[in-house]
Design a protein. Structure first.
Length: 404
């Protein structure tokens, strides 16, 4: 199911992409990524013959940020992955925390500045607390403090400048190219309502680069062509700020803003074309039914972390921190900026949490790599067709009612 969900993220059909995100969210919440045996099973079962090759879950989820139809679920899944281990599966690259931060920041700024929904604002500050926890675990205490105190900033500009300063200190100049390319792609091909927040982020980074005397890579010069096209729009103020910050370079670098260099580059990310093929529509409906059935799934049919243990030895056990959704610092008091009221985001209620608490993983493991694939799991489930039939389910329900 996990790799099936990942395969759906390659689709160019938004509805199927969302179904894949829903399946992936269920897996991320139910699997204990903090257990080394779970990580080993996922790594051992990673596909090796996909085209294009599989390089990680996060790059696929980031695609969802380029469409308003898929952004909501993509933000939710990125927030869940923020504090999860298992880099070889999620994204085996040092840019993983940076990409996660850059991907979530425009949505957060948009919610704080232009969205009047209290629920979205509470969700925004909950994600800020998760990012703070992720930064603390990575040893970036100053960046964690910025997110923990997000509600104390009088303006979003001050918050963005502080975040930009820490990004510059932690990831520049090594990842300047990657960061600005990603932001410019979001600006050009992403959601139109997010252009103002993205321009503010780019401006804050350029300001910090000017102070650190970092150069803008020549290959990024073409990206400013799209910024020039925004001067005659409602984003003119932010666009002019970006161009002015980019022009604050030595004289020999001013040529990068000349007209011949401002042609827009070719898009590098796959877009959603949403072909209304009958097979895709039927598949989306089928996935809806599968997802609906998981909401009423009995707890005894959920695979616990202990189930993975038989394929590994005790040497594979490591101590890892718990996932971040239930480990948000108590000091991260949430305050709605517009309303001036104190509020705390409610933790999502997950019926499998109590089950995971009751089941402590066994440490009597088999020898890795005895794992031969997920067929091994199915053989261990021992769920017969008769026991899962609708008639049998009705009999079980009647027995439960009579016992009560």
């Amino acid at each position: 199911v996990f790799w099936g969900a990942i395969s759906l993220l390659h689709t160019d059909y938004e509805e199927l992409f969302n179904e894949g995100l829903k399946l992936l969210e269920i897996q991320l919440r139910r699997l204990k990524f903090s257990e080394k045996n779970v990580q080993n099973v996922l790594v051992a079962s990673a596909p090796t013959n996909w085209s294009p090759p599989f390089v990680g879950v996060q790059p696929l989820v980031l695609r969802g940020l380029f469409s308003a139809a898929t952004e909501g679920l993509s933000v939710k899944v990125l927030a869940i992955m923020s504090t999860l281990p298992c880099d070889p599966v999620l994204h085996p690259d040092p840019t993983r925390p940076l990409a996660n931060l850059i991907g979530l920041l425009p949505w957060m700024l948009y919610v704080v500045e232009e969205c009047s929904s209290p629920n979205l604002q509470v969700e925004c500050f909950r994600i800020a607390s998760i990012l703070a926890l992720s930064a603390e675990r990575a040893g970036h205490t100053s960046l964690a403090s910025v997110f923990n105190h997000m509600t104390t900033y009088e303006t979003s500009e001050g918050f963005v400048l502080d975040v930009g300063r820490h990004i510059c200190e932690l990831y520049f100049p090594k990842h300047i190219d990657y960061t600005l390319n990603f932001l410019f792609e979001l600006l050009e091909r992403g959601i139109e309502n997010h252009r103002r927040p993205i321009l503010k982020i780019i401006y804050s980074l350029l300001e910090q680069m000017n102070r650190a005397n970092y150069e803008i890579p020549n290959r990024l010069s073409r990206r400013f062509g799209f910024v020039c096209s925004l001067i005659d729009t409602r984003y003119s103020t932010e666009a002019l700020q970006v161009l002015s910050a980019a022009a604050l370079r030595p004289v020999q670098r001013m040529s990068m803003l000349e007209t011949p260099n401002l042609t827009q580059p070719r898009n590098t990310r796959q877009e959603f074309v949403n072909l209304q093929a009958e097979g895709q529509i039927l598949l989306a409906r089928t996935l809806d039914q599968i997802l609906l059935s998981t909401q009423t799934m009995k707890s005894e049919n959920i695979i616990s972390p202990a189930f993975f243990s038989k394929y590994f030895s005790s040497d594979d056990m490591v101590e890892l921190p718990p996932d971040g959704l239930e480990d948000i610092p108590k000091s991260a008091t949430i305050k709605l900026i517009r309303k001036g009221k104190l509020a705390r985001p409610e933790k999502p209620k997950r019926f499998e949490d109590d089950l995971f608490d009751m089941l402590s993983p066994s440490k009597q493991f088999g020898n890795f790599p005895t794992f031969k694939g997920f067929a091994d799991f199915l053989n261990q489930l021992n769920i017969s067709a008769e026991s899962n039939s609708p008639e049998q389910a009705r009999i079980d329900d009647k027995n439960e009612e009579s016992s009560l």
